[in-house]
Every structure is written in C-alpha cells, then in structure tokens.
Design a binder for this molecule. Structure first.
Ligand SMILES: C[S@@+](CC[C@H](N)C(=O)[O-])C[C@H]1O[C@@H](n2cnc3c(N)ncnc32)[C@H](O)[C@@H]1O
Length: 217
C-alpha cells in the first residue's frame, strides 16, 4: 500500500502532514522498507505518524518519536518508542543515541523554530551513517519572523542550506571553498516546497572514465 493510501485510510492515532509530502517520503524512504532501520521523528504530537512509519517501514524497523510534550508518550507501542525532551538539547539527543544507537533516518517535524532546527541538525547530521537520510519539513517557517526566519535572515535554515550547497560542491571550487566533513559525507540535497532532504553517501567528485568511440580527435 502506498503511504498516501495508508494516510487516507488511517483509523489509528491522528496524523498531521501536508499532502505533497507523501511522494517525498516515498522517494527518500522507500529503500529502507523491510530493512533493519532506526528512524527518529522529532515531533510526535498525537503519535499517528510514528505508527504510519512503522506500517510503511515494516517489521524490522524501530521508530523513536521525540517530543517536548509528555502527552505524546502513550503513542508508544511495539517497535515504536517515545522519549520526552527538547530537540535543541544536545544532552537529551546524546541520551537517545546512547539508548538506541545512531539513526538511519531523521525527520524533523518538531517546533520548526530555526534555533531548534539548526541545533538538532548540528548534533544529529554528522552522526548519520553513510546512506542515512535527514529530512526537515515545514520549512515555510524559515521565511517567518516568529520562527526566527525571514528572507535572507542569517540563522534561517533555508539560508544555511544555500551555503551548504557550496559545501556540497566545494571540491570543484579550485580552492576557493573549504572542503569539510559535510562535503565528504553528503551525496545530495533535495529541495521541495517547505521540505529539505539530505542524503548521505560517498561521492568521488571525479569524472567516470570516458567510454565509447571518439567522433574526432
Ligand atoms: C507538527 S507536531 C508533530 C506532528 C506529527 N509528527 C505528525 O505528523 O502527526 C509538532 C510537535 O513538536 C513538538 N515540539 C515543539 N517544540 C519541541 C521541542 N523543542 N523539542 C521537541 N518537540 C517539540 C510539539 O509538542 C508538537 O507535538
């Protein structure tokens, strides 16, 4: 069953998602289906999305929901854990790593405040394994002052991402840009309406060998 159909027919706990996110989730999470995968979702609310990920990812998946509101805790069930804490607190995030290990998939659907989104990304993204995926949704808030955003505002996550595009390509800048761990560990960045995805993986930054017959010398 597609994730979209699962959402439309959900009779379990409440799920709160925008329609156009479903093809994005499918595109970036499909390869984890049936795998022994650990997913962190920041922002649990009623908990329906945690159970949707469980149905989508399959019997070997473990889903950890993170929320500051203790009312989210009862959403836990088999394969689904909920831990109560602040997404911007590195000590809390470290306790999750200590308890569950490093996640393969992170979805930030928490406060959507720029300081919180940045703090979670700062802590979790460097830890993600090769082939890991980090998704941040509802990034329309990056353009909203009350969330610490705004067009061109330093600290807006979208503004930060513009710089990360340079980091992704730094090896091609002939020394004009510093190549760092983000450059070495990030395969791709994807931008959608209100949604950003980072996929980790080795990139060679080199041309493939040329193959085929030349038309001219
Ligand atoms: C949009 S709701 C999550 C919806 C849920 N993922 C779904 O799809 O149904 C956002 C949640 O983030 C939580 N939240 C707000 N600030 C937070 C913080 N600093 N740390 C962790 N969770 C936070 C709120 O309590 C709220 O339950």
């Amino acid at each position: 069953m597609s994730l979209w159909l699962d959402f439309l027919t959900n009779q379990d706990l409440l799920i709160h998602k925008w329609k156009h996110y479903f093809p994005i989730y499918e595109q970036h999470m499909r390869r984890f289906q049936g795998q022994d995968v650990l997913m962190f979702e920041i922002g649990v609310s009623q908990g329906g999305s945690l159970r949707m990920w469980k149905r989508f990812l399959g019997p070997h998946a473990r889903i950890v929901g993170i929320d500051i509101d203790p009312r989210s805790a009862p959403a836990a069930e088999d394969q689904v854990e909920v831990r109560i804490g602040d997404q911007s607190d590195p000590a809390f995030l470290q306790s999750l790593i200590d308890e569950f290990g490093v996640p393969d998939v992170v979805l930030d659907d928490g406060s959507h405040r720029m300081d919180h989104v940045n703090a979670s990304f700062d802590f979790l993204y460097p830890l993600l394994p090769k082939n890991g995926v980090y998704m941040v949704e509802d990034m329309h808030t990056a353009y909203w002052e009350e969330y610490g955003g705004g067009v061109g505002v330093p600290g807006s996550f979208i503004e930060r991402c513009k710089g990360l595009i340079d980091s992704l390509n730094a090896d091609h800048a002939r020394g004009a840009l510093p190549s760092d761990e983000f450059t070495r560990s990030t395969r791709s960045m994807h931008f959608y309406d209100s949604f950003v995805v980072f996929e980790k993986g080795a990139t060679t930054g080199k041309h493939a060998p040329r193959v085929g017959k030349p038309l001219f010398e």
